[in-house]
Design a protein around this ligand. Structure first.
Ligand code: ADP
Ligand code: MG
Length: 226
């Protein structure tokens, strides 16, 4: 038998069916796809087509009804829940549309949150400050999120996603609520992370994001067309 090609991410016959009251909703329906190390992939499709569901399963956040997600040769949903949590913290930076910042923690505290508890406090703070500086918020590191604009909150979410230097960054509509200029800066940040070798998968409605991407995946009614 020929040895199959190993992609960074491989999705096999993925299915997710939600139980919604009495009926079942087929959100992802027999999806197969692969993504290589270093790619910048956009996922597009109408609201309700299954994009967020697919991204959650790529990110080891939600167990599929059936099928497999294999990342770097690890079959995510055959791992135990503790191993899967380790996988998430080591491999993945998440950027959610609604930022998901903790309102009563400062920028610095929000960004430090996913960092492992071990290690020197000073060193941790320095690492967190380095990514805060990178997204241009060093002078605002001690602010609470409600003292930041939407674009600034998005940049905090990016800083938090990259603080552990994960190889894979997953973003769900990161420019969804931003004006054109701010959205452009967020796209530039993602593109620069991609140039440094991070694999990026972004759910977006923003057609300009496609210019940064190496490939676009379209989702329609839970199915993928390349
Ligand atoms: P998208 O991100 O493309 O808007 P989603 O992945 O959020 O789509 O949703 C895909 C489908 O699954 C939609 O029909 C949605 O209503 C349904 N859905 C999503 N989450 C749930 C849930 N927790 N329970 C029931 N149905 C859900
Ligand atoms: Mg969604």
């Amino acid at each position: 038998m020929m040895k199959p090609v190993d992609h960074f991410i491989q999705v096999h016959d993925l299915v997710k069916t939600y139980a919604d009251g009495g009926r079942s909703v087929s959100a992802i329906d027999q999806v197969n796809l692969s993504i290589d190390d270093g790619e910048f992939v956009t996922i597009m499709g109408r609201s309700g087509s299954g994009k967020s569901t697919l991204l959650s399963m790529l990110g080891a956040l939600m167990r599929p009804t059936s099928g497999k997600v294999v990342v770097d040769s690890m079959d995510l949903y055959s791992l135990g829940s503790e191993q899967r949590a380790d996988f998430r913290s080591e491999y993945i930076g998440f950027i959610f549309q609604s930022f998901q910042l903790i309102p009563y923690l400062t920028v610095l505290e929000n960004v430090s949150l996913p960092m492992a508890v071990t290690g020197l406090k000073k060193k941790k703070m320095d690492m967190a400050m380095a990514v805060i500086d990178r997204v241009g918020l060093a002078d605002k590191h001690d602010r609470l999120p409600d003292r930041l604009s939407g674009g600034e909150q998005e940049r905090v979410a990016i800083a938090r996603a990259i603080v552990n230097h994960p190889p894979l960054i997953l973003a769900d509509e990161p420019t969804g609520n931003l004006d054109t200029d701010t959205a452009g800066r967020i796209m530039e940040q993602l593109a620069s992370l991609n140039r440094e070798g991070h694999t990026i998968v972004v759910v977006t409605h923003n057609p300009e994001m496609e210019a940064y991407a190496s490939r676009n995946i379209r989702v329609r009614d839970g199915r993928v067309s390349a």
